[in-house]
Every structure is written in C-alpha cells, then in structure tokens.
Ligand binder design. Structure first.
Ligand code: TXA
Ligand code: MG
Length: 329
C-alpha cells in the first residue's frame, strides 16, 4: 500500500491504477471511499473481500460529470435531472434505473444503481484520470465506523488496498444522503450529508424511509451499522445526566451548552472523559467531527460511550441516524 499526495502526477497514477483493476482509496467530501473500476468485476470482488462486505449490499458508483452518468444509468424524468443540476456535485446519492453495462455484483442484481457526483475535486480528478465510473463503498470493514482521515483507512484496510489518495480530513464527515429517484414521491433511504431541507426546497416533499414501519432494503438501513466496538448508549438531547454508566465511560456531548448543563447537574463526575462534538454548536460541525471522535474514543479503552442526540434538523438527522446505528439496542 502506498499513500499518494494529490499531485497531478499522483492523480494520474491513481487513475491508471483504477483502470488496471487495482483498489484505490479516495477522499470525498463525506468519507473516504474504497474505489474500484465499476466495470471490472474482479476489482469489485476485491472490494467486497477487503471490506468483508456481504454481496447483497450494492455499491455506489461515483462519476466525474453529468455526462458520465449516462454510462451507468438512465435519468427517469426532468425532475430527476433538475435535482442533479441543482444539488450535484455534492453529498447526494441518487438511486436510478441502471444500464446493462453495470455488473450485477455492483448493484447486487437490482434493476437500479446508486450514482453520486462528489464535490471533492480530488475525487473527480481521479475518476476523470481513470476515464471510468468508480464503484466505492466507504473504506471501512463492513459494519464499522467510516473513515474521515487517510490514517483511518490505512489503519483499517492498509494491507488490502493498493493506494490511498491523501485528501486530508473529509469536511462533511457523514456519508451521502441516499435518495430513491426511481419513483415519485422520492424517498430518502439514508439521511446524510445533503440536508433534507435542501432536497425538499428543490424537489418538493419527499418521503423518508421509516425503520419502524418499513422493511430495510439495504444494509445502510439496518438498525446496527457504522458501529464502534465499545458499547455506545444513546440518550435524548440534554439527557446525559440520566446516564448511570458502569466502569470507565466517555460522554459524547453535542455542544458546550450540553456540557455546562451536565456539569450543573452534578453528574459530570460519572464520566472519565467529556467530549464536545461541536464547540461552535452547529450540526455541520458535529457531523464533520463525528467519526474521527468515535474512532478516537473507540481506541481509548473505555467500557462505554454515552452519547446524546442532536436536535432533529439539517445534518442533525444524519448524526442521529449514525449514533442510533452505532448504539446498543
Ligand atoms: O458518502 C458516501 O455515500 C460514501 C462515499 C465513499 O461516497 N459511500 C458510502 O458507501 O457510504 P457505502 O457502500 O458505505 O453505502 C452505500 C449504501 C449502502 O447502504 C447500500 O446498500 C446503498 O448505498 N445502495 C447502493 N445501491 C443501492 C440501490 N441500488 N438501491 C438501494 N440502496 C443502494
Ligand atoms: Mg459504509
């Protein structure tokens, strides 16, 4: 495995490696992806193997432009095209009718394919250099925390990937929002980096997959995913004073005001460590820090992590979804 700084020369090397069927981890604005040529079944098979990912879990295909979408999917309506033109590049994955050229392994045999045009310029440059759409799940072992730093990828998958393109920290920090655009009303299958409010502003009201009434159709919808090894217990916003952790526990607080409230309650001493996700108090900041802080706490030898929910708006929805999936049920 080699880590590549994103120079012009290295971007060319990474693109050539993908075109030759090698595995290249690429930075995106959300999390690092484990990339392979979407048209190379052997390379895609290596991705599943590297992640220990079940083959019934389809991959997202990343493109460098709207033109490249045409190689993997059809655009079912002018409304879907308007979404692409309005919100791409960005942290939004669209489920679209697939083209025959996409191997079944990429889509798990579904008649649809997940497509994303990332905002990260390095990612787009690497895809352009490959000259191919790039299938890329998050670059973590299946079910574990996603990587937001090149070191996370190196630590988790170092021996199983050929190159890691170093794009520094991922600014959004939670995975893309997945929107099923094959039928109307559109349905959010996974809340993520693109806020629901931004989608609805453009597309009108959309449905949100509700795990209490619907059956999961993809592992991203399973109740347990994105989890640290340390047991994580989830509390309502402002509810950490109710926690009674056994052993050495870490408290994961949203903002300075939550910390102040916990201290006022006299319960702060129940925790060996107090961590604030967003010193500035925004959900955007909490999302960007979430996985890096969880990776760190997971390596901190704690018996438990107690986390509070965020207000359920904007990126707070995506952070709450990941915390819920990371938590003990
Ligand atoms: O931000 C992201 O989306 C990152 C970066 C690397 O782009 N990627 C990512 O990929 O999170 P992954 O594989 O960890 O999650 C992709 C999710 C899975 O839950 C998968 O089941 C779902 O997308 N998915 C893929 N194709 C689908 C399809 N045709 N229909 C429904 N869900 C699909
Ligand atoms: Mg993932």
């Amino acid at each position: 495995m080699e880590i590549l700084k994103p120079s012009e020369e290295n971007i060319r090397r990474a693109g050539e490696a993908l075109a030759r069927g090698l595995l290249v981890a690429i930075p995106t604005e959300t999390v690092y992806g484990l990339g392979a040529s979407a048209f190379d079944v052997r390379a895609v098979a290596r991705v599943f193997e590297a992640k220990n990912r079940p083959v019934f879990d389809p991959l997202i295909v990343h493109v460098d432009s709207l033109e490249m979408v045409d190689r993997v999917a059809t655009i079912p309506s002018p409304r879907v095209r308007a979404l692409m033109e309005g919100l791409w590049p960005g942290p939004l994955t669209l489920i679209l009718p697939r083209r025959e050229a996409v191997p079944d392994l990429v889509t798990s045999g579904l008649p649809t394919v997940a497509v994303r045009l990332p905002a990260n310029a390095i990612a787009r440059a690497v895809i352009a250099a490959a000259g191919l759409p790039v299938a890329a799940p998050s670059a973590n072992p299946f079910g574990y925390l996603s990587p937001t730093l090149p070191e996370h990828v190196a630590r988790m998958l170092g021996g199983r990937v050929d190159f890691i393109v170093d794009g520094g920290a991922c600014p959004i920090g939670v995975e893309s929002t997945i929107l099923d655009a094959t039928k109307e009303p559109f349905t959010v299958l996974r809340p993520g980096g693109m806020a629901l409010e931004a989608i609805e502003e453009l597309a009108g009201p959309v449905e949100v997959f509700n795990r209490s009434v619907a059956r999961p159709t993809s592992p991203g919808q399973l109740p347990s995913h994105y989890a640290p090894r340390t047991p994580l217990y989830l509390f309502p916003s402002g509810g950490l004073a109710e926690a009674r952790p056994a052993g050495r526990a870490a408290a994961l607080l949203f903002e300075p005001a939550s910390l102040a409230a916990l201290e006022r309650s006299g319960r702060a001493a129940a925790f060996a460590e107090l961590r604030v996700l967003a010193p500035g108090g925004t959900a955007l900041e909490a999302a960007a820090a979430l996985f890096a802080v969880l990776h760190e706490l997971d390596g901190g030898g704690f018996d438990a992590i107690c986390a509070e929910r965020l207000p359920e708006a904007g990126l707070g929805r995506a952070v709450n979804d990941r915390l819920y999936k990371a938590s003990e049920k």
